[in-house]
Design a protein around this ligand. Structure first.
Ligand code: CP
Ligand code: NVA
Length: 303
């Protein structure tokens, strides 16, 4: 049995594979909007393990599998033996004999890596504390649709050096753009992930400086899942890192705004920025569906 390909991070696919995947995502979107059937994965089953909440990830994977002629199975750790202590390695061995692909959303990244090691079928990272690669497929598709290639462009990340920030750093490597990260001291991204990206990524403390002339401004919640107890402390520290209209005015004239959602209006982003015409957050959310359908086809050898 050949080793399956996994998608645990953006670095698991080559830049060429990522580009082709986005081409296919755009094509799948066209087919979907035209009402043209595109059942390339008939009878295939995706198991979806959620140890954290989700709206977009769950619905996009489940709807996507149905549209490709297969099905998605929601597995909450609360209702499976995983929640009662069955080891991840055993769960991986059992599930991967029954389904064709497995998506996991959990806390420790190492858990997804261990799951993949014991799985016979492709494993997709649906978000860990470390990275959120599926979101970046959608974000890169969205940028391409609105502004063409992101290669050589400048992206400003404003806020926490979190899982989304780490995935933007990896995307800067794979899609060849510059990334300015504006985060408060003590909330920097992982130094190894940052160092691996070399000179294309830099940390700035001043969000206005990061946004200056940027082609894309991106932010995320200040309080990620699992950090609920730090909420008050984080809100106090991150006050100056709200994406404002002034910040967007300092960016390039055709700059876009992105946010993976869910967004907290008035916290990390002003409501007026989120709801402005240069905000493409709803396209980003929709593209989770198309980009992940392209990913499923890629990993399952269809399309
Ligand atoms: N952006 C994102 O992953 O959303 P959900 O948490 O709703 O899946
Ligand atoms: N950084 C956020 C992203 C949610 C989609 C979190 O991990 O909760």
């Amino acid at each position: 049995m050949s080793e399956p390909r996994h998608f645990l991070s953006l670095l698991d696919l080559s830049p060429e594979e990522l580009d082709r995947l986005i081409d296919r995502a755009i094509e799948l979107k066209r087919l979907q909007h035209a009402g043209t059937p595109h059942a390339s994965l008939p009878g295939r089953v995706l198991g979806m393990i959620f140890e954290k909440s989700s709206t977009r990830t769950r619905v996009s994977f489940e709807a996507g599998m149905t549209q490709l002629g297969g099905s998605g199975m929601f597995l909450s750790s609360r209702d499976t033996q995983l929640g009662r202590g069955e080891p991840i390695e055993d769960t991986a061995r059992v599930l991967s004999r029954m389904v064709d692909c497995i998506m996991i959303r959990t806390f420790e990244h190492e858990k997804v890596e261990r799951f993949a090691e014991y799985s016979r079928v492709p494993v997709i990272n649906g978000l860990t504390d470390l990275v959120h690669p599926c979101q970046l497929l959608a974000d890169m598709q969205t940028y391409r649709e609105h502004r063409g290639s992101i290669a050589g462009r400048t992206v400003a990340w404003v806020g926490d050096g979190n899982n989304m920030c780490h995935s933007y750093i990896n995307a800067a490597r794979q899609f060849d753009f510059r990334l300015r990260i504006a985060c408060p001291e003590g909330f920097d991204p992982d130094p190894d992930i940052l160092a691996a990206a070399g000179a294309r990524c830099e940390i700035l403390r001043d969000p206005m400086q990061a946004a200056d002339g940027a082609d894309l401004v991106v932010t995320d919640t200040w309080v990620s899942m699992g950090q609920e107890e730090e909420k008050a402390q984080r809100q106090a520290v991150f006050g100056a890192y709200k994406v404002t209209r002034e910040m967007m005015a300092a960016a390039a004239p055709d700059a876009l705004f992105m946010h993976c959602l869910p967004a907290y209006r008035g916290m990390e982003v002003e409501a007026e920025v989120l709801d402005a015409p240069d905000s493409v957050v709803w396209d980003e959310a929709e593209n989770r569906l198309h980009a992940q359908k392209a990913l499923l086809e890629f990993l399952l050898g269809a399309g």
